[in-house]
Design a protein around this ligand. Structure first.
Ligand code: GLN
Length: 193
């Protein structure tokens, strides 16, 4: 059975564990990842939403950074949501509080939807899904530039809010906070490839 790790340093950890367990319906084991050695034992990884500055700091002190980079480079599927998306980006626009890992060829803007839209919901047209997906955004980042290898999957206005680069699936919203399991299912499918 596939083992999926959820980076469990800070943020929406239990929500992702539960959403993945629902979506996998017994076909995957989902575990929290906190210590060196655990990422290697997983076939896929989730980087949850939360506070990217905190997760960034804790990644360094936990000694997980190199393992995480190696997992991404080896082709393991990685689902990065919200703060997770900030972490895997190449560049964070106008902000030096987070040092991104540079795994995905995207430039992002933190808290891009402004204070008056701290959180909101939107019906997204997501490439590959045949009806709209109701997405929850919380102090969400936006992807403002994408590299050539990056496939745009959804937008809100001009802003890219879902994208894929090979084994990396990055979302500005929180699929773990809604009942609709279709995004987690896309991720689980990446494990079969
Ligand atoms: N604004 C947060 C950050 O940049 C992300 C918010 C979230 O993950 N819900 O860290």
């Amino acid at each position: 059975m596939a083992r999926i790790g959820v980076l469990a340093l800070q943020g929406d950890v239990s929500e992702h564990v539960q959403a993945l367990e629902r979506a996998a319906a017994g076909k995957a084991q989902v575990v929290g990842v906190r210590k060196p050695g655990q990422i290697e034992e997983c076939q896929a990884l989730v980087l949850p939403g939360g506070e990217s500055t905190t997760i960034c700091r804790q990644l360094q002190s936990s000694g997980l950074t190199e393992e995480l980079k190696a997992a991404a480079l080896s082709g393991k599927p990685i689902l990065a949501t919200c703060a997770g998306l900030v972490l895997i980006s190449q560049e964070v626009e106008g902000d030096n509080k987070v040092r991104p890992l540079g795994l995905m060829d995207i430039k992002i803007s933190r808290n891009a939807f402004g204070p008056q839209r701290e959180s909101f919901e939107a019906d997204l047209q997501v490439k590959g899904l045949n009806r709209p997906y109701r997405a929850v955004f919380i102090r969400a980042p936006a992807i403002c530039e994408v590299g050539r290898e990056v496939e745009v999957l959804a937008r809100v206005g001009e802003a890219v809010v879902a994208a894929r680069q090979k084994n990396l699936l990055a979302l500005a919203f929180h699929p773990e906070l809604t009942e609709d399991a279709r995004i987690h299912q896309i991720f689980l499918k990446m494990l079969e490839a």
